[in-house]
Design a protein around this ligand. Structure first.
Ligand SMILES: *Cc1c(COP(=O)(O)O)cnc(C)c1O
Length: 385
């Protein structure tokens, strides 16, 4: 097929986006080089203002990366040894890592098979188990996996009933929406990442926290610069170096300008895949009223063996595919001794880790390429049958 012969298919095509806005990026970088304010230059507060507006949050604090964004909230809320923070096991390691950094316990929760997101029933089970183990149920960290917001209508009331707060790990979900509410305006706070491959990415590491809570915001402002008081040589708490580079802020301002259009394009790509593939394989399900940022387009094969066969066939056709995530966190060497909702395995996480795989997904995927990828997959099905 022509697509394979003419052009390599990228899993995430950052070059296509760059080609579109390269002169603006060049000019933005040149402006920073001219004014020389590399640390906390004027682009940083300007970006924060634009991001807060976009997300419908009162405050946005930019920072060094998505992991530090999560850590800033946990540190500001004084999460410590003896506290349990409930987190899905089917996520990137950073979600649980920051909890363990502070000596607290990441308490692993199972997921729902349709959304890959935190299962509220498993969460309830985990909270009861944590109490029995003498832990203090402090906070819930739902993850908006692959770009789809978690089930907040169920999770927020569970948090309230148990006197806990909610930190949304929306490293993959920025740009999404939950029943009319933008990601970034849900729960006590939302953390996101600007890692280049995330829906809104910079050209390096970056992240941000969103909240409506002034007190929380003020403490995070201090934590971001070594726990500063009146200035950085007045240290009122133990903090970190968590700043976003001015250059990355300048780049993000240009990328944010085209982000709304990119979100529409991502939805179009997902719709196109869905139409072509729904009769052959389990496609991602997006409930009514939810908008996904489509960080990943993830399919569920019938078995581990079938996933291997399909991925092999795709590879032979020149189509890259990835498995997010091959191993849930509660089975990872570093995390296997932390507690789970069941006290043993988490069956849905384990099952899906063995069957899911993700197709190329980015706003600039052309119709012809989507067709080629889908047809390659369908051909593999027909061969196997
Ligand atoms: C990417 C990611 C993070 C961490 O973000 P970084 O910017 O890479 O530190 C945290 N949680 C999830 C779910 C992620 O996908």
């Amino acid at each position: 097929m022509s697509v394979k012969e003419n052009r390599r298919i990228e899993f995430i095509d950052l070059a296509a986006q760059q080609a579109l806005i390269r002169p603006k990026i060049d000019a933005a970088i040149a402006r920073v080089l001219d004014h020389g304010g590399y640390i906390m230059g004027k682009e940083v507060p300007e970006l924060e203002k634009q991001l807060a507006e976009f997300a419908g949050a009162k405050y946005c604090l930019s920072c060094s990366n998505g992991t530090d964004a999560l850590a800033l909230v946990l540190m500001a809320k004084n999460i410590k040894a003896g506290d349990a923070v409930f987190v899905p096991s089917f996520t990137f390691a950073a979600s649980a890592e920051v909890i363990a950094w502070l000596g607290a316990t990441p308490f692993f929760v199972d997921i729902l098979p349709d959304s890959f997101n935190m299962d509220p029933a498993s969460l309830i089970q985990a909270i009861a188990a944590a109490k029995k183990q003498g832990l203090n149920p402090a906070a819930i960290m739902p993850v908006d996996l692959f770009g789809q917001p978690a089930d907040y209508d169920k999770i927020l009331p569970i948090a309230e009933e148990n006197d806990m707060w909610v930190l949304c790990d929306s490293a993959q979900g920025f740009g999404g929406m939950y029943h009319g509410r933008k990601v970034g305006s849900i729960g006590l706070a939302t953390a996101t990442s600007f890692f280049p491959a995330k829906p809104l990415g910079c050209y390096g590491d970056g992240g941000a926290v969103f909240t409506d809570d002034k007190e929380l915001y003020d403490v995070m402002v201090s934590l971001r610069v070594h726990g500063k008081g009146d200035d950085k040589y007045d240290n009122v708490r133990i903090g970190m170096n968590g700043r976003l580079d001015t250059l990355q802020a300048a780049i993000l301002i240009e990328k944010l300008a085209i982000f709304p259009d990119e979100l529409i394009k991502r939805q179009r790509v997902a719709d196109h895949y869905n139409n072509l593939l729904e009769n052959f394989i389990v496609i991602p399900k997006l409930p009514k009223g939810l908008h996904s940022a489509w960080a990943q387009y993830t399919l569920t094969a019938a078995s581990n063996k079938q996933r291997d066969e399909l991925q092999t066939a795709l590879k032979q056709a020149g189509v890259p595919s990835m498995v997010y995530y091959p191993k849930p966190l509660h089975l990872q060497t570093a995390y296997k001794n932390f507690p789970t909702a069941t006290g043993k395995g988490l069956p849905v996480c384990e099952d899906l880790a063995s069957r899911v795989f993700s197709l190329p997904m980015h706003p600039y995927l052309e119709d012809e390429t989507i067709k080629y990828i889908s047809q390659s997959l369908i051909l593999a099905f027909k061969k196997a049958a």
